[in-house]
Design a protein around this ligand. Structure first.
Ligand code: HEC
Length: 131
């Protein structure tokens, strides 16, 4: 319980001095799901719903974690995404969300990427809980 309150405060300190602490205390510092949900609302919700079967400009992200790319049956993916051969592991999501055009060249997600590592971590933890 404590860690949920300590973490946002810790993040305000410089990343350089907090990171080693976070790594060494990894099990104590859980990802901040509420922050992940906020990041989703700000960055992704314009184009994605987390409701099963609800596509917007992008496909539904319900249960996206662990599934193969381009498998929402009624969404028209780009050829690039259909042929990417990606499985949405946390690492694959991290690479795609950091730089969609680099991870899937020719893909049609018009999003420049989420630069902040912590934002991506919390967002991916939030996405992993959608099932
Ligand atoms: C401007 C609209 C837009 C925004 C903003 C956007 N996306 Fe997308 N997203 C898309 C589109 C369109 C696709 C389909 C890409 C393709 O077919 O190449 C997609 C595809 C994806 C996929 C692959 C899904 C699958 O079924 O294989 C994931 C994962 C994803 N987006 C996550 C996100 C996340 C998380 C964010 C927020 C950080 C985000 N997207 C922001 C439009 C968007």
């Amino acid at each position: 319980m404590m860690s949920l309150f300590v973490l946002p405060a810790a993040r305000r300190l410089s990343a350089a001095c907090v990171l080693p602490l976070l790594l060494s205390a990894a099990p104590v510092f859980a990802a901040d799901l509420r922050h992940g949900e906020d990041v989703f609302a700000q960055e992704c919700a314009e184009c994605h719903s987390v409701r099963e079967g609800k596509n917007k400009k992008g496909p539904s992200l319900f249960a996206v974690a662990g599934r193969r790319a381009a498998t929402v049956s009624d969404f028209a993916y780009s050829d690039a995404m259909r042929q990417a051969g990606i499985v949405w592991t946390p690492a694959a999501l991290d690479a795609y969300l950091a730089n969609p055009r680099k991870a899937v060249p020719g893909g049609k997600m018009k999003y420049d990427g989420l630069a902040d590592t912590h934002d991506r971590e919390d967002l991916i933890a939030y996405l992993a809980g959608l099932k």
